[in-house]
Design a protein around this ligand. Sequence first.
Ligand SMILES: *[C@@H]1O[C@H](CO)[C@@H](O)[C@H](O)[C@H]1NC(C)=O
Ligand SMILES: *[C@@H]1O[C@H](CO)[C@@H](O)[C@H](O)[C@H]1NC(C)=O
Ligand SMILES: *[C@@H]1O[C@H](CO)[C@@H](O)[C@H](O)[C@H]1NC(C)=O
Ligand SMILES: *[C@@H]1O[C@H](CO)[C@@H](O)[C@H](O)[C@H]1NC(C)=O
Ligand SMILES: *[C@@H]1O[C@H](CO)[C@@H](O)[C@H](O)[C@H]1NC(C)=O
Length: 531
Amino acid sequence: MFRFFLLYSVVACLNGQLNVQIDKVLKETFDCKFKSNKTVGLTLSVVRSDKVLFVGGYGFVNIKKKTPVTGDTLFQVASLSKAFASVLLTKLIEEKTNYTLDTKLKKIIPGKKIFYDSLRSDYVTLRDLLSHKLGIPKHNEMRFDTELTRKNLVARLKYLKPEGVFRSSYMYNSLMYGVVTHLAEIIGEDTWENLVTMHIFEPLEMKTSTFASTADLENILLAKGYVEYYGELHPVEYNFTRQYAEICGSGCVLSTANDMSKWTRFFLNGGRLQDGTRLISEQAFIDITTPVNTIPYTYTHKYFSKPDIPVTNIQSNYALGYRMVVHTGSTWGYRAMISWYPEADIGIFVAFTGNDPNYLYRLSLHNYIFDVYTGHIPYLNTSTICTYPEPWLKSEIPQVKPNYPKDKNTTRGQKEYIGTYKNKAYGKIKIDKHKENNKLKLKYGYLTCVLYPSETKDEFYGDTTGISLKSFDFYKFKFKFNNDKVTLKASSFQEQPSFIKKGKLYNDAYPLYTTSMSLPVVILCVCLTLF
Ligand SMILES: *[C@@H]1O[C@H](CO)[C@@H](O)[C@H](O)[C@H]1NC(C)=O
Ligand SMILES: *[C@@H]1O[C@H](CO)[C@@H](O)[C@H](O)[C@H]1NC(C)=O
Ligand SMILES: *[C@@H]1O[C@H](CO)[C@@H](O)[C@H](O)[C@H]1NC(C)=O
Ligand SMILES: *[C@@H]1O[C@H](CO)[C@@H](O)[C@H](O)[C@H]1NC(C)=O
Ligand SMILES: *[C@@H]1O[C@H](CO)[C@@H](O)[C@H](O)[C@H]1NC(C)=O
């Protein structure tokens, strides 16, 4: 008994020392990132299955108000929401239906044609939706459309042309988590937000967690989101955050380091609550944490691989929103990452405001914290976390803000461009006169820009205004005139959709979604790591 007690005190004391070390390094690296306009506030928690090891907050909720971040400050966890979506769906189908993850979507949402082709319409299962196996590109910009809802999203899917092989490709697609959100609402007969609150937040005692889609964002203790805009941090409007959260299960959860410590422990405990009772069945837990898709080698690997870097960190598989187990989250203004390591019995959650190209800050913090708490000698230190990937690899040169001429006139009369352009999947773009400066204005949902003619005929740069101010880098739009039909191509949207304006003479149906097949697919918001 005495020996046990002694051992316990030594461990507790050791943890104390480790915490002091972690706190010091976090303070220093945060300061360095803060001073270089990379972030404004950061929060994190580190847990074991039986206890919370560390909770910390650094920086500010808001650069103006200077309220300090703590373990109870809310951050948008972005794609970390996907694991909430998969836990909720598996729980609901188990409790309320005879469905399994291999049930076909068409059985739950009857309809002749859900997807572009009959292969997908007939065979897509819940498991496929949850693991990015459809081979359908992202179409993330569709989320700017204010008319898009988690419900009507389903009717748009049939216009999205697949570009990968069904079940053999990994094409990360947040829209499918919008479908998952809708399915949970059908099965649970309530809003996704209420269902997550009832089935996950309440049993896990995640008391502060809420949703960007429904919370009163101005009046909760939410760290303000910031985007990096050519070396400066620019605040993200609450309305922007709220709108982009509509397809909720893909990214709308707002949580704190304290609440996320409970969520991380739930995973370390194999799907159990702190009192040992199961939140989801053992089988459901195995289902959502078993790798089911292979992640192709992506460009982030180069920053975390030998021989350049002392340690290799390979991202290889995707499970259902989760698995061993790293998932990153990135949305306008927020970056997050959760990782858990079943063998080491440790879990880490980090969230901050700002940008984090190539996940360098998030991954290096997780790597460092993991090493410290598992007794390894960290390959990183304050200075290398701050300069990562230097000294091993050169940092990318920061982009210089392009200086587009704003005085060029359109080659045609403004009237020829003005009008409503439609795309069956994306909805409507409106081109109008911009009152103040005799320019054209573009409005696609909450993406609003003033259009400046470029060097190329009928091509424009969109300089953002309104709630999307400084959220985008001069998106390009190109008009093509053909008799009575005008095509507007959103060249900077990842899948380059075209929108059509019909004149009086032109009476054909609007085209289906068109895309450029040569566009490389860049996986931006992966993923999952196996150590
Ligand atoms: C950070 O942003 C401010 C303006 O918001 C600017 O004055 C300052 O030069 C920037 N600092 C760095 C290191 O880029
Ligand atoms: C599940 O299947 C059983 C037996 O086939 C049936 O009695 C029951 O009503 C079904 N439950 C639901 C929710 O569909
Ligand atoms: C934000 O949205 C609310 C309600 O949807 C609206 O009343 C308000 O004017 C919007 N604010 C901005 C800056 O667009
Ligand atoms: C941090 O790590 C780098 C690379 O291993 C090393 O060169 C540097 O001396 C270390 N700095 C400190 C303060 O230990
Ligand atoms: C554009 O048009 C305005 C008036 O229509 C004219 O004053 C201006 O010089 C023109 N700008 C260029 C660059 O041609």
